[in-house]
Design a protein around this ligand. Sequence first.
Ligand code: ZN
Length: 680
Amino acid sequence: MIKFATRTINQFMQQQKDLFAHYKQPSIKEDSYITGLKLANSLKGSELVPFIPINGRQVNFYYCGPTVYSNSHLGHARTYLGIDVIRRTLRDYFNYDLLSVMNITDIDDKIINGAKQAKQEFLEFTKVWEKDFFSAMEALNIELPDVITRVSDYVPEIVTFIEKIIANGYAYDSNGSVYFDVQKYLADGHTYPKMRPEMNADLLQEGEGESQANKQSEKRSPNDFALWKASKPEEPKWPSPWGEGRPGWHIECSVMASAILGNPIDLHAGGIDLIFPHHDNSLAQAEACFNCDQWINYFIHLGHLNIADRKMSKSLKNFLTIDEVLKRYTARQIRLNFAIHQYDAVMNYSEEQVEQAISKDKAYQEFFQNTKIYLRESQVTGPQKWTQNDFLISNSLRSTKQVIHAALLKNFDFPTVIDAIDKLINQVNVQIANKTVRAPLIQSVVQYVHFILGLIGLNYQTQNNSSSDIKFIMAEVCSIRDQVKLAARKGEFEAISNIVTQKQFQYEKNLSNGIVDCINQFQQQVLAASQEKNKQQLFQLCDKLRDEQLFELGIKIEDKDKEQASIWKQYDPKELKLEREQQQKLIQQKELIKKKEEEKKKQEELEKLEKAKIHPKDMFLSQLDKYSEFDEKGIPVKDKEGNELSKKQKKVVQELWEKQNKIHNQYLESLKKQQQQQQQ
Ligand SMILES: [Zn+2]
């Protein structure tokens, strides 16, 4: 029996394998640049296959851009953030020479309808949404592709491409439209659809990708899909040998990708929802045009995005635009949130789950800040002989590099990469807190972590005022403020006057003068308060400098234990404010939950008390819809029809009565105790 089952599974596996027998892995040549990278290739049923570019280090990469007709949403964020990370990794980690192309679909049914509704000329309409898309990409720190191709710029090339497919015998003109001849294509030994080989004839009819029910009569077979559409009145149109019309959706990508990158192309990417019909049709068209077996060598797909376990859709009202999300979270938090999920797996987005990204972001920020302070305070002129701790961190750094290298080779496994970075950071945090590691080694760790997080597009370097001016001025400010607090605690008001009048800060070049202004103001106010011997106000001024004045400028002062010097950290002021808002929101949420729980508990206790007040004799008397006769204790003996209760029923009501009797007695007992206490 077991043998049989194994054989069946093997047969099944064999069949699955055969479905993708069409795939030909590029051959390794003398100049091949082999890194060991493996990709989940949709042309091989998502199997991990070695990545072998056609020309040495060069990688030609095409990915499907947006159809521009409405706001950019979180689904776009997932796709283009995923692609952005893949591009950065191929280029910066694996050292491939990347040429990437992305299209903009500005001719489409949805666009034509949208432009009509907006009463705009369609190219004017698409410009608005194209701009929206690119500004959302910029806000998320997504790099532009090397080449952007717009469909409306490529119509002549599309016409020539279709003519070639017709000449090769794989498309036909019908009533001013042109269709791809699926039957002819298959009869000549080609494979279609390559990435969805399990598709049956019924499902294939969806290959049109757009509502074309009325066009069935024009087609030779229902599986055929449009390359060129005869235009209806008031629709945008271009001249062609088949009359005025417009390109179908799938043909755009075949034409624009090959116009820039040729044939064959190393790598093609897009959202998983595009795999069929869009990508399979793109493949068939290009292979029919070039009469080749394999136009794309590696096809990768970004996974689905659900919002709170449901598909994102306008009708479900869970449709989140990138603008909305960026009001709540920083680009870094959003990027991290996507990076902690494998790019080609299904991902669920929810507010609770963003919390994880927020806390990671915070941990990374603190790591860079703390190491910066550590490096600021450590002198290379000090002892440099390695201790056990230095060996420990050095070994951790090396093994982390190994783990991350293996993870990146395995289809860009960033969840594992991030785990490894977290572990390394935790170890380093312990060592720098104990001040037990040499600075040069920490410098190496910082550089490596910065490089790896850079692949995810995360940057924790504060650009403004990182000059030596701010280091000097902030060191002085922290020292003055510490001294003021210490003296105020001891009530040494005269000393405070000396502390704040000793040093006057001047405007410095390359320095935000806001810092100098608020420090000067602090000194004056402290002087006045010390002359009035107002201890409380002195402490308030110190808090205000930390929590308001410097905070607004992106500088955070952290107070340590009484005798220890305070430290300062510099952030992007906008990020610092957002962080405070997020923390406050979190506190509010927690308080709200706590309040609700307390209310619930109170309500339950109230209900319990009300129930306890009922005398067992009365508890069944009101249930006349169930019972008609009761004994002297108030226990039912007959049901509402007047029938004697069964043994089992009697047992149940007896038990209920006993229970009520017990809680009622407890209630009377507590009442008695209360009265006694009051009398005392
Ligand atoms: Zn496309």
